[in-house]
Design a binder for this molecule. Structure first.
Ligand SMILES: [Zn+2]
Ligand SMILES: [Zn+2]
Length: 350
């Protein structure tokens, strides 16, 4: 029997605890007690450490890349995926954590806990759908909407300095009349600028499961709410390990920072009617990289073999989502309007 999985039990009644986004505390559904993550972490540190040790020593993965574990609450079989650090039991619904998934290099430094609740995420999703008459029915199904899940997504945060040398090609033009001609005179200028900027905690998402464009779109997060990482924030949410290394993510951070420096330099070039970027060289040196988890509410909807993702920032509530249009509905609207139109026209010509 594997003990690499553990849960946080209520110190008053031993019921399972889950982290509440509304209060920022671990709560017990049975006796309604609540505890701060720090209190719980202290109380269960040896239990969590033990589960972490068990994981690294004798974990047996199946060929599908999953591990079978036993739910500490009800004894049912739990399936834990390759990158899952937090699992919900399909039988009793109680949350468990797999601390070993976050050991060694995988251990996050920081976490922003959820502050938007599941109810708020459902509300936001319904609002997102509101007025979209052409949305296929499977999206609006209440059962499906309730499957929305809170996921801690792994990120790398980079500190560093980016510098750029840029040659801007600038112009000033004036137009005047001379006899029958309209004359335009253009002066060309080479404007040179160089500068550097310091960056701290530039985020790049470190999971291939999350589409980059969605993650970029639900930023920003307020980093002043970063807390030192603890598995006590996980019960009730999913948490993923990173599967893209800090070195692999570096180019994205570099691109972002260098672009910011070039834009800042561009902002100092004034007094020209036209300005484009000519030759440029950019450089970036990194001084620190940290690993952190950010909260995201998300729901995938499969429709016609395509996945559509709704995502909401679990801290600020900012949403992003792509939606299809149901051609059946569109066609029926088109047909009913054209039937009405034909009826109107025939009435008109009679
Ligand atoms: Zn309790
Ligand atoms: Zn269970």
């Amino acid at each position: 029997m594997s003990t690499a999985v553990t849960n946080y039990q209520c110190p008053s009644c031993t019921g399972p605890l889950h982290f509440s986004a509304a209060t920022g505390k671990l709560e017990c559904e049975f006796c309604e007690s609540s505890f701060t993550p720090e209190e719980i972490e202290q109380l269960y540190s040896s239990k969590v450490e033990q589960a972490e040790e068990n994981f690294t020593e004798k974990q047996e993965w199946t060929e599908d890349g999953v591990i079978q574990m036993v739910c500490p609450s009800c004894g049912a079989e739990l399936i834990c995926g390759e990158n899952d650090a937090s699992v919900g039991c399909p039988y009793c619904g109680n949350p468990s954590v797999v601390p070993g998934q976050f050991s060694g290099m995988q251990k996050p430094d920081l976490i922003i806990p959820f502050s938007k609740t599941k109810d708020e995420a459902i509300e936001a999703l319904k609002k997102h759908y509101k007025g979209r008459f052409l949305l296929p029915r499977s999206f609006k199904n209440q059962h499906h909407i309730e499957e929305i899940q809170g996921v801690y997504v792994p990120f790398w945060f980079y500190d560093g300095e980016a510098s750029a040398d840029v040659l801007f090609k600038c112009t000033n033009s004036r137009t005047y009349r001379s006899g029958d001609y309209r004359v335009t005179e253009t002066d060309h200028y080479d404007v040179f600028r160089a500068g550097k900027m310091q960056f701290s905690q530039v985020p790049v998402d470190a999971s291939t499961r999350m589409p980059d464009k969605h993650m970029d779109a639900i930023e920003p997060y307020d980093y002043s709410e970063f807390k030192p990482f603890s598995t006590a924030y996980l019960p009730g949410f999913l948490a993923n390990r990173y599967d893209v290394t800090p070195d692999e993510c570096k180019p994205r951070a570099q691109e972002r920072c260098c672009e910011s420096v070039v834009n800042a330099l561009r902002g100092t070039v004034n007094g020209y009617s036209g300005c484009t970027v000519g030759n440029k060289t950019t450089q970036m040196s990194f001084s620190k990289v940290e690993h952190g988890l950010l909260p995201v509410w998300m729901l995938y909807t499969k429709w016609k073999n395509k996945n559509y993702l709704f995502a909401m920032n679990g801290q600020t509530g900012k949403v992003v989502g792509d939606l299809p249009v149901s051609w059946v509905k569109l066609l029926s609207i088109f047909l009913s309007t054209s039937v009405a139109l034909t009826a109107l026209l025939s009435l008109f010509f009679e």
